[in-house]
Design a protein around this ligand. Structure first.
Ligand SMILES: C[S@@+](CC[C@H](N)C(=O)[O-])C[C@H]1O[C@@H](n2cnc3c(N)ncnc32)[C@H](O)[C@@H]1O
Length: 277
């Protein structure tokens, strides 16, 4: 199912327009390996035939399937560990003190993928701040990819998935067996809300988050898109809120309105001049 150059160019242009994901020359192999199973599954003789269908009909469902197939959904529980330690040891204690009158906290996981990140946040809260049960805590997970969101919403993970990063004590406490898999208990699930959202389209209601996890997604976008998204984050985040990016991502040279706050060898971002500590 080899991919011809003109089809690669057509697909990469479409994917960039729809999702901002940049697929530069040299990514032909990635596109081929992701689209080949999709073409087979949908009964096309080749990727070429599938792309031809898209060219002729512009069919939205097919377009979305191709975009979804070209998102990278790599994630795991407690990924990189430090952000969750920082959240637990520094950020949540500060926010809880500041918000103690309103008793309200909002957290937005802006590229939630299959949900491991958002449930890690939930476990961090339940484990260390059990009294937040009495607060109005909104934890929103969004992603462009409907399939991964559906999985996040179901909250069912394989043994291999829970083996990656999840301490055994947490597994026992917050999951229950579901056949050969593990299912997040309803108590944690009830803290969450999931919605399909494309970061390059209007955001709709994401509220005014106190903490935003936007990790390992800007890395797929070009500089202008990163700048635009970081600008939009500034407009919606609480003035004294916190933004987490992925370990390989930064606001540096993109948006000078953010200040890095370090923690161990990691850190997050706050808004310049607005940290009302
Ligand atoms: C590598 S995963 C990151 C998951 C999680 N944040 C983490 O760090 O473990 C990147 C996610 O970004 C999503 N994504 C890619 N482009 C997007 C867009 N334009 N809008 C919203 N989500 C997008 C993908 O579907 C994918 O699930």
């Amino acid at each position: 199912m080899a991919l011809e150059e003109q089809d690669f160019l057509y697909v990469s242009k479409m994917v960039r327009e729809e999702s901002a994901i940049v697929l530069e020359k040299g990514k032909e192999y990635l596109v081929e390996s992701r689209l080949s199973p999709l073409a087979q599954q949908d009964g096309y003789a080749s990727i070429k035939e599938m792309v031809q269908k898209l060219r002729e009909t512009g069919e939205l469902v097919l377009k979305l399937k191709i975009v979804d197939a070209l998102t990278t959904n790599e994630t795991s529980f407690f990924r990189d560990l430090k952000p969750f330690e920082m959240l637990q040891k520094e950020l949540l204690p500060e926010l809880i003190e500041k918000r103690k009158d309103q008793k309200r906290l909002e957290i937005w996981c802006a590229a939630a993928s299959t949900g491991q990140e958002i449930y890690t946040i939930c476990m961090t809260i339940r484990e260390n701040f059990p009294w937040l049960r009495d607060w109005n805590v909104r934890i929103l997970g969004t992603d462009i990819n409907q399939e991964v969101l559906d999985k996040a919403r179901r909250g069912v993970y394989s043994q291999i998935e829970v083996n990656r990063g999840l301490p055994a004590t947490m597994l026992i406490k917050y999951f229950e067996k579901s056949g050969i898999d593990w299912k997040i208990k309803d108590d944690l699930k009830s803290m969450t809300e999931f919605r399909k959202m494309n970061l390059i389209k209007p955001w709709g209601s994401v509220g005014r988050p106190d903490v935003i996890f936007m990790r390992n997604v800007l890395i797929y976008f070009d500089t202008d898109t990163k700048k635009e998204i970081l600008g939009k984050v500034r407009n919606i985040m609480q003035p004294d809120g916190f933004l987490f990016l992925g370990a390989a991502e930064t606001t540096l040279n993109l948006d000078e309105n953010y200040v890095r706050r370090t923690y161990d060898r990691g850190g997050c971002y706050t808004l310049k001049g607005k940290d009302a500590k």
